[in-house]
Design a protein around this ligand. Structure first.
Ligand code: SF4
Ligand code: F3S
Length: 107
């Protein structure tokens, strides 16, 4: 089991999640974070920390967001590790809650 970062992280990237992860299993792309499924210990600490409510347990990923499970697997292999909180994206407040941000995903 793992936790998964989903659509609403894109273009927000608040990074509060990184601060609480005991095993540093977040990986950072240009406008999105992912969780490495083999490193996540399923502690659930990050889920309530995300202001964008973008993190879900793998078995509770909302309908229509299933593709993010595979996306976390794939991108955690190629993006660098992030272990410290940083400023959110400049237009985070504006993008928070917008639907289908997957179209904005930069790799
Ligand atoms: Fe890290 Fe725990 Fe979140 Fe997994 S569930 S990403 S181990 S904080
Ligand atoms: Fe993204 Fe939420 Fe973390 S917006 S960077 S999953 S705190």
């Amino acid at each position: 089991m793992t936790f998964v970062v989903t659509d609403n992280c894109i273009k927000c990237k608040y990074t509060d999640c990184v601060e609480v992860c005991p095993v540093d299993c977040f990986y950072e792309g240009p406008n999105f974070l992912v969780i490495h499924p083999d490193e996540c210990i399923d502690c659930a600490l990050c889920e309530p920390e995300c202001p964008a409510v973008a993190i879900f347990s793998e078995d509770e990923v909302p309908a229509g967001m299933e593709q993010f499970i595979q996306l976390n697997v794939e991108l955690a292999e190629v993006w660098p590790n992030i272990t410290e909180r940083k400023d959110p994206m400049p237009d985070a407040a504006e993008w928070d809650g917008k639907p289908n941000k997957i179209e904005q995903l930069e790799r």
